[in-house]
Write a protein that binds this ligand. Structure first.
Ligand SMILES: Cc1cc2nc3c(=O)[nH]c(=O)nc-3n(C[C@H](O)[C@H](O)[C@H](O)COP(=O)(O)OP(=O)(O)OC[C@H]3O[C@@H](n4cnc5c(N)ncnc54)[C@H](O)[C@@H]3O)c2cc1C
Length: 388
């Protein structure tokens, strides 16, 4: 097989890149090691920046998102038993966020790919990258018991944190930066109308909690927990009890419903630099991870491939390598801004150091500053809605 761009991974990064290249008339082949059903059911992110919504719409995959996505103009911060609203729209000159599940974006992108008639292989295995330091890179893989060799001009490594693209780069050519947090998030999906119209981020003495949603009928709720917590120790009643304790304020109650899904996610910050090695370009979680408190992971993945699609189009159409050469530096500027914002939100909102009173006072002071200073609130808002 031969293509212009071999895309490893059919998550948001790989599928969005495939669609953006298709719009430009550039050939690609997408390979994914999981099944279509698995990829479409993987519950993850759900908050989209305005710029990401605009990009997906321009790329022709925004029709259902426009119909079903929930546009939010603000978020709420809760601490010391009080709730304060951050008016994102007013503070950012009209920008909003859209709540639309990653599962739905992935379904829309897969449908668009199948409609385009361009190749997308699920359930491949034994994927290997060859010749990434040469001008003739190849992807080797197995599909339905047959061995395949895919010749290409470039490889896009969109295979997430645990994929094979990043480890294919010689260790001495990469620099990595990591921060592990001593807590994780226990997340549930519940069949109940969200108890609040907007997201609530709660700093509480028992630990952080977040109320968010996926649709007018489905709530998504998170609790700070230990990263090695056993989910078996969290029957539904215990989860609800803890959510009530951490989210409720006088006059406001949390509605309960059947728990459809639950799981624990560890929290990590990670960046690999540079995001390119020869003809291999890393995008999304393959190159960087943020703790989910800033709602940036999915947005960063889409923004990376926006730049990559522009750079590949300039190179494959006009022979200009300028944007390709700038790809890693341009992405990393945005990535580090998101890394800082996600770390900052995480440390401001979670229970740190076993509730050390000094850390608690600092957090409360920071939160009071954010909700009472126009400048501080604007800083949070412009990071949250994303930079263009
Ligand atoms: C449990 C969880 C919860 C999250 N919650 C949030 C949230 O609330 N908010 C937020 O903003 N972000 C969240 N994130 C982060 C967000 O989901 C990711 O940033 C986003 O999925 C990144 O997209 P991606 O395409 O780069 O990577 P992925 O979505 O990981 O996609 C990579 C794809 O590559 C495939 N793959 C892996 N290895 C291979 C291989 N060898 N060959 C072929 N294919 C391969 C994988 O199966 C996968 O389909 C969460 C992440 C996790 C894990």
């Amino acid at each position: 097989m031969r293509t212009q761009v071999a895309i490893v991974g059919a998550g948001p990064a790989g599928l969005t890149l495939a669609q953006l290249l298709h719009v430009e008339g550039i050939d690609s082949v997408v390979i994914e090691n999981r099944s279509r059903e698995y990829v479409e059911a993987r519950i993850r992110a759900g908050v989209l920046e305005q710029g990401v919504v605009d990009l997906l719409t321009t790329a022709g995959v925004g029709e259902r998102m426009t119909r079903e996505g929930l546009v939010h103009e603000g978020i709420e911060l809760q601490f010391a038993g009080e709730r304060h609203r951050i008016d994102l729209k007013r503070l950012t000159g009209g920008k909003t966020i859209t709540v639309y599940g990653q599962t739905e974006i992935v379904k829309d992108l897969i449908q668009a790919r199948l409609t385009s008639g361009r190749p997308l292989f699920f359930e491949v295995d034994d994927v290997r990258l060859d010749g990434i330091g040469t001008t003739r890179p190849r992807v080797l893989f197995r599909h339905e018991d047959a061995a395949h060799e895919l010749d290409c001009d470039v490889i896009a490594g969109c295979d997430g944190f645990h994929g094979i693209s990043r480890p294919s780069i010689p260790a001495n050519a990469l620099r990595t930066f990591t921060r592990e947090y001593p807590f994780g998030w226990l997340g549930i999906l519940a069949q109940v109308a969200p108890s609040n119209e907007e997201l609530i981020y709660s700093n509480h003495e028992r630990g952080f909690a977040l109320l968010t949603m996926r649709s007018p009928q489905i709530s998504r709720l998170y609790l700070q927990c230990r990263p090695d917590e056993d989910i078996a120790e969290w029957p539904d009643e215990r989860i609800w009890e803890e959510l009530h304790a951490r989210l409720e304020v006088p006059g406001w109650t949390l509605a309960e419903g059947p728990v459809l899904e639950k799981g624990i996610t560890p929290m990590r910050s990670f960046v690999a630099e540079p995001m390119r090695h020869g003809r291999l370009f890393l995008a999304g979680d393959a190159a960087h991870i943020v703790p989910p408190t800033g709602a940036k992971g999915l947005n960063l993945a889409v923004r990376d491939v926006q730049l990559l699609a522009e750079a590949l189009t300039a190179w494959l159409r006009k022979g200009s390598e300028t944007l390709l050469d700038a790809y890693s530096t341009s992405c990393l500027r945005r990535v580090w801004r998101a890394e800082h914002f996600s770390w900052w939100m995480t440390t401001m909102l979670h229970k740190l150091e076993d509730g050390d009173p000094f850390a608690v006072r600092l957090q409360e002071s920071q939160l009071r500053y954010v909700v009472s200073s126009e400048s501080a609130a604007t800083s949070l808002a412009e990071n949250y809605v994303g930079f263009d």
